[in-house]
Design a protein around this ligand. Structure first.
Ligand SMILES: [Zn+2]
Length: 639
């Protein structure tokens, strides 16, 4: 059973060829080589380096401790919480919700590698929509600079103090006062009306067929995705005497999802990362005025209440959010909800109440950028103070019952912070303000956080080990595969000289080892085809798992109470240990099986004797394995 099989018969395996849709393999490899996976992922996840890997909070599931990691050398990412993993293309596919071809395009654009047009065609409607939207943005921009057509819009911008530099930065434009201006220009440029309609740019006429422009005589604010594509528009009415709504927006389309976009994010992204802080405002012009004044880390929800998706999007960039709070409007409830959403994502939240009747735009225009920034500094309140002051203003603290209720509300908000260490200073702050013993508040907090009511849905258990996706193979197999991939031919020869292929778990794990054997026979061990998915998605997934251990091997073993030195230093020692564990595992499975048979055969004496004999032989074998007598000294390195 434990015979040497390195040079044994070939094993049948399904050859799984992954042809990539019409985009040449060389182009894909060129893109892969040109982009840095840490940089790409880093635009969505704040990553920190630890050893060979970079770690961060997984963007694909809610978590509080990082189990998401990126390995730049291998060009792969892996989450040990939810199991997703893959290369840079897989990452873009999943985070952007695009197909493979589209992900290749996005990364090609980034790397400056051209993809021939004819090869790039797919059934995906989105490239056509992006094209139409880009065309429209350029068209509106040109109309704005047109001496005649754009006059009224330019006058408005001047009146609002929006400078030409900002017009360019935000790509502002003007939709002419006509029914078919865009429609005609776009169709003349070869864009089909159906595409324009799907992009939300034109509307079908109710009678007599045909279409008309959705945006007419409006100042146009293109809305960019965080990757810099135009995905929609907001249009502000220029006529003052119209019945029309002041602002209209692109409806939901395959590329525009209002709840997942933050206006100004693309322009703000650099500043957001540098300052680790965002200023959240409401309107387009607020963002533009603030950026113009040098406050370039301002973004807007675009006039709607903050969504969980938007909070998540912002949490990729910053650790701290400053909410501008307009005490006049009905937006109070929305502000409270926003605070909760940000707290849940572990962001620090500060609130700045604006002077009555002011919005950021009017404030900056009236008093200048410096005054505004000074105001932000002076008036920013942490969320606990904000809750308290608001309650005070509303007279909620006037009765003992009201006071208790406010205490509960504040503690509940504190309980949303995922980091227990951060809760403590806020509890102290609240205790000070409410003049309650901190211990009392901590008691309420504890009662709240331990009750199922306050636990958030989809919260992941921490730490996320063992990872759910690895249940298909034994931990020792994962180690052996990793060692063989990392150490190359000598290790493959060593491991497969001691292990039969049948000792590896049937299915993908065994197929993976057989592939390694194949590579061995061809002369070189190479992880890349595994990682690139050339042997199919299952082997790709297993390879990523094997190569991206969530912990350094030494830690891993120490946790399990196994004393094995560091992998890099003594890889063979690690291999021997893993082989031993795997062999013992298989032996124990066999013993279990035989014992079951023994039970069934209790009336068949011959069979019973057979089983007993096998059992005693196997138990002897087990002791040998434990003493490591299975090792062939000839195969040890340096012998
Ligand atoms: Zn995850």
């Amino acid at each position: 059973m434990l015979q040497r099989t390195l040079l044994g018969p070939g094993f049948f395996l399904l050859r799984c060829c992954f042809t990539v849709m019409r985009i040449p393999e060389e182009t894909i490899e060129a893109i892969r080589a040109a982009v840095d996976i840490v940089e790409v992922v880093g635009e969505y996840v704040s990553l920190r380096r630890r050893g060979a890997n970079w770690f961060g909070l997984c963007p694909f599931h809610e978590e509080k401790t990082p189990s998401f990691s990126v390995n730049p050398r291998l060009g792969i990412f892996k989450c040990f919480g939810c199991g997703v993993g893959g290369d840079v293309f897989a990452f873009i596919q999943q985070i952007e919700g695009v197909n493979f071809a589209e992900a290749v395009h996005m990364l090609a654009e980034r790397a400056g590698i051209p993809i021939p047009e004819s090869e790039a065609e797919t059934d995906d409607p989105r490239p056509a929509l992006y094209h139409a939207l880009r065309f429209a943005a350029r068209f509106y921009f040109e109309q704005l600079s047109h001496p005649e057509t754009g006059r009224a819009a330019r006058a408005y911008l001047k009146h609002r103090g929006i400078q030409p530099e900002s017009v360019r930065r935000f790509g502002l434009g003007y939709a002419p006062d006509a029914w078919e201006a865009l429609l005609q220009a776009a169709t003349a440029a070869g864009i089909r009306p159906e595409v324009l309609e799907e992009a939300g740019l034109i509307l079908p006429r109710r009678e007599r067929g045909g279409y008309y422009d959705r945006f007419r005589h409006r100042l146009m604010f293109p809305i960019f995705s965080h990757t810099g594509r135009v995905v929609g528009f907001g249009g502000r009415l220029l006529a003052s005497n119209s019945e029309q709504p002041k602002y209209i927006n692109t409806p939901e389309t395959p590329v525009y999802h209002k709840g997942r976009i933050l206006y100004g994010l693309y322009q703000a992204r650099q500043a957001l990362r540098e300052q680790a802080e965002a200023i959240l405002v409401e309107g387009y012009t607020d963002v533009i005025t603030l950026h113009q004044a040098g406050i370039t880390h301002a973004v807007a929800t675009g006039g709607t209440a903050l969504t969980p998706d938007q909070a998540r999007l912002l949490a990729r960039y910053v650790r701290r959010v400053v909410l501008l709070y307009d005490a006049d409007t009905a937006g109070q409830q929305a502000t409270l909800r926003s605070i909760e959403l940000f707290l849940e994502r572990g962001l620090s939240v500060y609130v700045v109440p604006l002077p009555p009747g002011e919005d950021p735009d009017s404030f900056v225009r009236a008093q200048g950028a410096r005054a505004f920034q000074a105001y932000l500094q002076r008036h920013r309140r942490d969320f606990v103070t904000f809750y308290y002051e608001r309650a005070q203003q509303l007279g909620q603290l006037d009765t003992p019952e009201g006071e208790a209720e406010v205490a509960r509300t504040i503690v509940k908000a504190i309980g949303r912070l995922p980091d227990p260490l951060l809760r403590e200073p806020y509890v102290r702050r609240a205790a000070d303000l409410l003049r309650i013993e901190p211990v009392r508040l901590l008691e309420i907090l504890e009662a709240q956080t331990s009750s199922p009511v306050s636990t958030k849905p989809a919260a992941s258990p921490t730490p996320p080990t063992p990872p759910p996706a690895t249940s298909t193979w034994h931990e020792a197999e994962r180690m052996l595969v990793r060692l063989m991939l990392e150490e190359g031919k000598a290790m493959v020869s060593f491991v497969l000289g001691h292990m039969a292929l049948e000792e590896f778990t049937e299915g993908p794990p065994r197929q993976l080892v057989a592939r390694l054997l194949e590579q061995y026979e061809d002369g070189t061990i190479n992880a890349q085809p595994f990682l690139d998915g050339h042997y199919g998605p299952e082997l790709q997934r297993l390879t990523i798992e094997a190569l991206m251990e969530p912990y350094e091997p030494s830690q891993n073993w120490e946790r399990k109470g196994i004393a094995v030195p560091r992998l890099r230093d003594r890889a063979y020692e690690a291999a021997i240990d893993a082989m031993m564990r795997l062999k013992l595992q298989r032996i124990d499975e066999l013993i279990h099986q035989l014992k079951k048979e023994q039970l069934h055969a209790r009336h068949n004496e011959t069979r019973l004797r057979e089983i007993m004999a096998r059992l005693s032989h196997i138990l002897q074998l087990r002791r040998q394995i434990e003493r490591r007598t299975f090792l062939n000294p000839e195969l040890l390195p340096g012998s």
